[in-house]
Design a protein around this ligand. Structure first.
Ligand SMILES: *Cc1c(COP(=O)(O)O)cnc(C)c1O
Length: 371
């Protein structure tokens, strides 16, 4: 059983074929259609399709004016892109420890790492569960910090009735094939701020503007080419037609997994606190310290079930150790979830008896590894 399989069918092929037939392949009307679908879904004023979530996060930091001398607070337990974009701007990512139950930012640790050089915070909604945004926004407002949500895994997730990505100043989504919907590669920045939207629009495409009625561009800034193509947006439009079903199906399968795991010793299932709606981009469990996670991954593979780690503790990665002097374990909660978390298979097209197969395999793998 695969860890994840994106759900594509003839609808994506038809949408792509239609774009090919127009001969207009780069950013155009399909991108605008896809942006409109995302903006309407989450109630965002502006939405800008980008070549990936990583380029979206980078351009968001550029639009905020983050640069050398600045510090940005970033959770330690995340995919490295969240912090890499800060480094690319010549700023310093200040890594913050996470909670072991939600895998999200630990608010106490966040406050303790504040310095007068901090300009922004990038909360990650780990695996599709919102960070605790209310106290986080309070902290950010008290210190005048910008809030950039890394909502790569959280399209459709909500926090106290509000959609992830629309709570901070800016939000970024990913359409990598491992996320809930995909465009092959792709991302999106959403914001309600007109000034930020203007800078993003300009910088996404070379810094060029075409004055009213003019035949060609004028270049106002040294911009990027971070555009999504209409070919990719066509896949996105077809994917959006399935999104509500995919999300509901994954949530139902996640409920089944959590129910079945209640009786399995040595495993803690993911939580969905009251007031939160989890997308389960990944279904991540914690294994007891006595159970070696990597041996469990190998034992699961022998049972024909693909699993992987949750995600990375950045401070323990060679680049961050070398550059900022961290030692593995300096952020203890993040290091613990890095070493003991396990992602189980979860995708919309799973068969009805697959959750049972996964949990039976896990129970027997743990017994083998522990015994
Ligand atoms: C997937 C992911 C990214 C990167 O997304 P891309 O679209 O692959 O660039 C960034 N942050 C988090 C939390 C992710 O899960």
């Amino acid at each position: 059983m695969r860890l994840f399989v994106p759900y594509t069918d003839e609808r994506e092929i038809e949408e792509v074929a239609r774009v090919l037939a127009t001969g207009y392949l780069t950013q155009g009307p399909k991108v605008a259609e896809f942006e409109g679908m995302i903006a309407r879904l989450i109630g965002s004023r502006y939405a800008f399709a980008m070549s990936s979530c990583t380029t979206a996060l980078h351009l968001a930091l550029v639009a905020l004016g983050i640069g050398p001398g600045d510090e940005v607070l970033v959770p330690d337990f995340t995919f490295p892109a969240t912090a890499n974009v800060v480094v690319q701007q010549g700023a310093r990512p200040v890594l913050v420890d996470v909670r072991t139950d939600t895998y999200n930012l630990d608010l106490g640790d966040l406050e303790s790492r504040y310095t007068s050089r901090v300009r922004a915070v990038i909360p990650v909604h780990a695996f599709g569960l919102s960070a605790d945004m209310e106290p986080l926004m309070g902290f950010a407002r008290r210190h005048g910090l910008a809030v950039l949500e890394d909502a790569a895994c959280a399209l459709g997730a909500t926090y106290r009735g509000r959609f992830c990505g629309t709570i901070g100043d800016l939000g970024c989504f990913s359409f990598h094939p491992r996320k809930s919907i995909t465009t092959g590669e792709g991302g999106m920045i959403v914001t309600g701020d007109e000034a930020l939207a203007g800078r993003i629009r300009l910088l996404r495409s070379h810094g060029g503007v075409r004055p009213e009625g003019a035949a060609y561009f004028e270049f106002e800034a040294a911009g990027f080419n971070y555009r999504l193509s209409d070919l990719q947006a066509a896949v996105g439009v077809a994917q959006m037609g399935k999104f509500a079903w995919v999300l509901e199906r994954k949530r139902e399968l996640a409920r089944q997994l959590t129910g079945l795991l209640r009786t399995v010793k040595g495993v803690t299932p993911p939580v969905e606190p009251d007031g939160y709606m989890h997308t389960y981009q990944s279904y991540v469990v914690m294994l007891d310290e006595a159970v070696d996670r990597d041996t469990v991954i190998a034992a699961m593979r022998r049972r024909d079930v693909e699993t992987t780690l949750g995600t990375y503790a950045l401070h323990a990665q060679p680049f961050f150790r070398r550059t900022y002097g961290y030692a593995a374990g300096d952020l203890p909660a993040s290091y613990g979830v890095f070493r003991h978390s396990l992602t189980l298979p979860l995708y919309a097209q799973m068969e009805a008896d697959d959750p049972e197969r996964v949990v039976e395999a896990l129970e027997s793998a743990i017994t083998e590894v522990a015994g």
